[in-house]
Design a protein around this ligand. Structure first.
Ligand code: UD1
Ligand code: MG
Length: 456
């Protein structure tokens, strides 16, 4: 049977107290709306319509790579009204429409598939995903009759005292028979505590028309809605635990899984060990057998096998096999570091390539440079890449030994098999095989201290 989905994302999310639309707040690195779109697609629903309204352009821009269609809700008159705004999307369609909200990002792929099967097999007019919760505050309540049949959903603000005691809540996720939904939406009104057109009122209307109402209870950790920063943190924690568990099941060791922060969609190879305080973001791919000692942030980078990283930041870069980074290194975007390289403490590398087996052990800045293999950088080397106006390039050949406290004033080229004396300020090309010394000769003024009367 044909299926499609509508995702409601037109609301502002006042309770977030944010200048950003609620559905663009991220959970484990991904906007909530994109988390929902991705899981709906994984459940094999490919025709997806997103209802946008408040900050429509921002939401559209953040979701544009997902290839969904959009409906526009000019005024946020309620979830029912939002679905009415998607009427064009539903026009002439027959089959099932699943409805999700952009603020419930914890729903799982298998649960969506189960909902579709349950709905189809049971011949329901509507199927509601529900949960039993200890504290149902704020959620719509599922009101059942004497025989357990669902009668209606009552919003928290409209509940009678006894309805407030009901612990079964509406997840805001449903499957509808498309024709029944369209018909019943024509009958909802806004005669309620919030003066809104509630999608939830459709349930009672369908019931009165003799349609079968299905309710499928699922764990609350999948239905939790995010309306506030506190709920955002709670949802993030649930998602984080799920992600960490999957990596552990795939053979990754997390020394303290409660303090390891891995975004959605990150790949990590087996036998990699991750100590607490590490943050992996964006589309990072990490190889096998790596060790991440505490407190690094790796963003959108490729880390190959057997790499060791400690207390460092790596952004949009590639680190080759057997290389070690840190402690306290800063690898900035567009850097490619080769195999068996050592990037030691207080080393910053920006937009540069560094060849295999090169060592940059301490206190060094390398920017806009191409460095060959088997080089050795002494402590305190500075690539002087900026002349106040332009960023210039530095080329360093293979087997170059850069003495301590060298300045390489760009643009400059250091050829293969060279030595640079410590303390040099290199402004001219260093020819292959040469030793370059670019500093004043030492002068010793004998007995100067005594003559000046400075002896203490
Ligand atoms: C809604 C449900 C409630 C359920 C809860 C689950 C209704 C009336 N209530 O309440 O029964 O327990 O979700 O999380 O449906 N939206 C629009 N246009 C609007 C209003 C809302 O697109 O005019 C969107 C919002 O962007 C949001 C979603 O619909 O993504 C839900 O809206 P929200 O205001 O969060 O509803 P809840 O109060 O959480
Ligand atoms: Mg909500």
């Amino acid at each position: 049977m044909y299926n499609c989905a509508i995702i409601l994302a037109a609301g502002e999310g006042k309770r977030m107290k944010s200048s950003k639309p609620k559905v663009l707040h991220k959970i484990c690195g991904k906007e909530m709306i994109n988390v929902v779109i991705d899981v709906v697609k994984k459940a094999q629903i490919n025709d997806i319509n997103v209802v946008i309204g408040k900050n429509a352009e921002k939401v559209k821009k953040a979701t544009e790579v997902k290839n969904t269609s959009y409906s526009f809700q000019d005024k946020q008159l309620g979830t029912g009204h939002a679905v009415i705004c998607a009427s064009d999307f539903l026009k002439n369609k027959r089959g099932i429409v699943a409805v999700f909200t952009g603020d419930s990002p914890l729903i799982k792929e298998d649960t969506i598939k189960n909902m579709l099967d349950f709905h189809r097999d049971g011949g329901y007019g509507v199927t509601i995903l529900t949960s039993i919760v200890q504290n149902p505050y704020g959620y719509g309540r599922i009101i059942r009759g004497k025989n357990g049949q669902v009668l209606k959903i009552v919003e928290h603000k409209d509940c009678l005292q006894e309805e407030l005691q009901v612990k079964e809540i509406n997840s805001g996720m449903y499957c509808f028979d498309i024709e029944s939904l369209i018909e019943s939406l024509g009958k909802i009104h806004n005669n309620n505590a919030q003066g809104e057109y509630y999608l939830t009122d459709v349930i009672e209307i369908l019931k009165q028309e003799g349609k079968k109402i299905g309710a499928l209870p699922i764990p609350f950790e999948e239905t939790m809605g995010v309306n506030s920063r506190v709920q955002l943190a709670e949802a993030e924690k649930i998602m984080r635990n799920r992600i960490n568990k999957i990596h552990m099941e795939n053979g990754v060791t997390l020394i303290d899984h409660n303090n390891t922060y891995i975004d959605l969609d990150i790949q990590i190879g087996k036998d990699t060990i991750i100590y607490p305080g590490n943050v992996f973001q964006g589309n990072t791919v990490i190889g096998e057998n790596c060790i991440f000692y505490p407190n690094s942030r790796i963003q959108s980078s490729i880390i190959k096998d057997n790499v060791t990283v400690e207390n460092s930041v790596v952004l949009e870069s590639t680190i080759g096999e057997n290389t070690s980074v840190g402690p306290f290194a800063y690898i900035r975007p567009e850097t490619t570091i080769g195999k068996s390289v050592k990037i030691g403490d207080f080393v910053e590398v920006k937009k540069s390539t560094i060849g295999d087996n090169t060592k940059v052990s301490h206190l060094t800045y390398i920017g806009d440079a191409e460095v060959g293999s088997k080089c050795n950088f002494g402590c305190g080397t500075v690539v002087v890449n900026y002349d106040g106006k332009n960023k210039n390039k530095t080329l360093i050949g293979n087997n170059s030994f850069i003495g301590c406290n060298t300045n390489l004033v760009s643009p400059v080229k250091v050829n293969d098999n060279t030595y640079i004396a410590a303390g040099s300020t290199i402004t001219d090309e260093v020819p292959e095989g040469a030793l370059a010394i670019a500093r004043a000769r030492q002068v010793n003024k004998k007995s100067w201290v005594y003559k000046k009367g400075l002896k203490k």
